[in-house]
Design a protein around this ligand. Sequence first.
Ligand code: PEP
Length: 267
Amino acid sequence: MAHRLITHLLKDLTNMRTKIIAGNWKMYKDLNESAELLNGLKTKLAVLPNGVKAIVCPPFTSLALAKTLLEGSPIAIGAQNMYHEDEGAFTAEISPKMLKSVGCQYVILGHSERRQYFKETNEFINTKAKKALASGLIPIICVGETLEEREKNITDQIVSVQVKGCLKDISSADAEKLIIAYEPVWAIGTGKVATPQQAQEVHQLIRKLIGQLYSWATAEKVVLQYGGSVKPENAKELLHQPDIDGALVGGACLKADSFAAIVQAAA
Ligand code: PEP
């Protein structure tokens, strides 16, 4: 009996996924404003809680500054997008090689704003995810339904198509490294947050789907973030759902105090 209990506990412990909190700065913060926020975060998050990672994703123009100012800090750096070539005549695009040279370890792909305003498709996001992984960057792949889709009761269908499309031809070894952010479009920047139960339901669906596409062992390793009006006040409950392993934060990451409080809530 005791042996079975210990085996069970050990299994739970080894299955424990790191909580990852990422801040998507979007098109906010010029160089001076970025320096102020980065310095604030460096002070407030000088030490991260056990089992928690923090990532900042500033605009491209502030990435090199982030690399310099976050020297010696446990905060990691990510980009908000990338192109799937190392170099070439692709005006205004940024390659994974360039991102790595300014200290990026992560890259957000397929954010709903990229899907909505720049017509990014699952196929295109999949191409970029494969390139990111081949280049040693960890993609944070965003999926999520619109309000209309939720009201039509097709959330599961929409999210499943997005996850399958974005993971196409990605090996299980690579799938284990990536992060999927479930961000219901109706909750992004609107102040309307999904209830912990609504978020958990979709996270569970995504994990089950990864289990079907790969194996349960892979599904248990993939980090699933929730995004959509996460704030210090609602972070704890969301982050303690069994299948929610972190958060992708927009508005609340633009102030050092609130981002640091969300990171602390993940502990
Ligand atoms: C986002 O842009 O990914 C996001 C979740 O934004 P917000 O937290 O402002 O809703």
